[in-house]
Design a binder for this molecule. Structure first.
Ligand code: ADP
Length: 200
């Protein structure tokens, strides 16, 4: 099972990705987490990425394409994977197609978590306030200002992927505003329908 979760920050991609990992025995790759780990470790990529991430902008495509290419070549990714936070631009999607084609593989489904932006902002701002109140460490890009920029970046650079995958017949859209359990059930339902059937 090879899946992509698509949706703006705070849409719940990570939560659903982890459940899909457990259900299908596939691996999860979150490019955001991989980049944060690189920043923590102080690698060359991490040093380049730090400021870009802190501003809510996207790192260069080559940087994340390399991370994904290495990860999906690992033996444990043979059963499949769920990508969370990648691709985020059309050139990244084109690169992913190229990588998969070279291995004779295809995507099964791209699941779009559709959310209402106003409600989403409230949800994330609430989450930030709760974490602060509990004294938990915040991500550097978890501030209301940066969040606005992350959403803008999503609208401008990532949302075009919805059409990209719709045209390829693999897009499945679920209501990301529902409860975690309901979103999970909707995703399971969507994955039962063969996404590629009837698509060109
Ligand atoms: P979010 O919570 O906004 O979905 P992520 O944890 O997926 O965030 O990513 C955090 C940051 O890492 C992004 O705002 C961006 O700067 C960088 N990043 C993650 N994935 C990518 C990608 N595929 N392309 C470019 N930048 C990325």
């Amino acid at each position: 099972m090879r899946l992509i979760l698509l949706g703006p920050p705070g849409a719940g991609k990570g939560t659903q990705a982890r459940r899909l990992v457990a259900k299908y025995g596939i691996v999860e790759l979150s490019t955001g987490e991989a980049l944060r780990a690189a920043v923590q470790a102080g690698t060359a990529i991490g040093r380049q990425a730090q400021e870009i991430i802190a501003g809510g902008n996207l790192v260069p495509d080559e940087m994340v394409v390399g991370i994904v290419e290495q990860r999906i070549a690992q033996p444990d990714a043979r059963k499949g994977f769920v990508l969370d936070g990648f691709p985020r631009t059309v050139p990244q999607a084109v690169e992913l197609d190229r990588m998969l084609q070279a291995k004779g593989l295809a995507l099964d489904s791209v699941i779009e978590l559709r959310v209402d932006e106003v409600a989403l902002l409230k949800r994330i701002e609430g989450r930030i306030a709760e974490m602060k109140a509990r004294g938990e460490p915040l991500r550097e890009d978890d501030s209301p200002q940066v969040l606005h920029n992350r959403l803008k970046t999503y609208r401008e650079q990532t949302a075009p992927l919805i059409d990209y995958y719709r045209q390829r017949g693999v897009l499945r859209t679920v209501n990301g505003m529902a409860s975690i359990a309901d979103v999970a059930a909707e995703i399971d339902g969507a994955l039962e329908v063969p996404a590629r059937a009837g698509s060109p």
